[in-house]
Design a protein around this ligand. Sequence first.
Ligand code: HEC
Length: 131
Amino acid sequence: MRWTLRFLTLLFLTLLCAIAAADPRSHYMIHCMGCHLDDGRGLPPDIPAFDDKLALLATSEKGREYLVRVPGSSQSPIDDAALAGVLNWILEEYAGEPVYTPFLESEISRYRHKPLSNPALMRAELLDAAD
Ligand code: HEC
């Protein structure tokens, strides 16, 4: 009886951890928050704040490619589906306006294998073009 109870408690805790690990917010906390901070404010200018510029970037094809290819995204140790989930969570949480086209796993797979060598330059070009 005691062993059954211990076993069930362990099983419950394991399931709880698995659910927490699969949640985009948890992925953000584990893999992104170290640099982007708990409220997405980052450390500008080196680490851009997550703000309404995200919505601008997420509306063009090149901008979406950029959001996937920045090293923090592309090289994170989570799979494509999980990265899609985190990026969608970031957009919902910080972009300030709804982004109507969520990232899908297939879009992440298309761009991710080629991390950007000069993200700051691509960002500046994209935001200049959007002005
Ligand atoms: C080691 C620090 C670090 C970590 C960890 C990190 N990032 Fe970043 N992130 C940066 C920096 C620095 C930039 C600016 C571009 C560059 O120089 O790479 C950036 C930029 C970005 C941008 C572009 C924002 C914009 O407005 O241009 C996105 C999107 C992003 N990161 C997503 C993520 C995601 C998702 C994770 C976690 C899975 C993550 N990052 C983890 C440092 C980090």
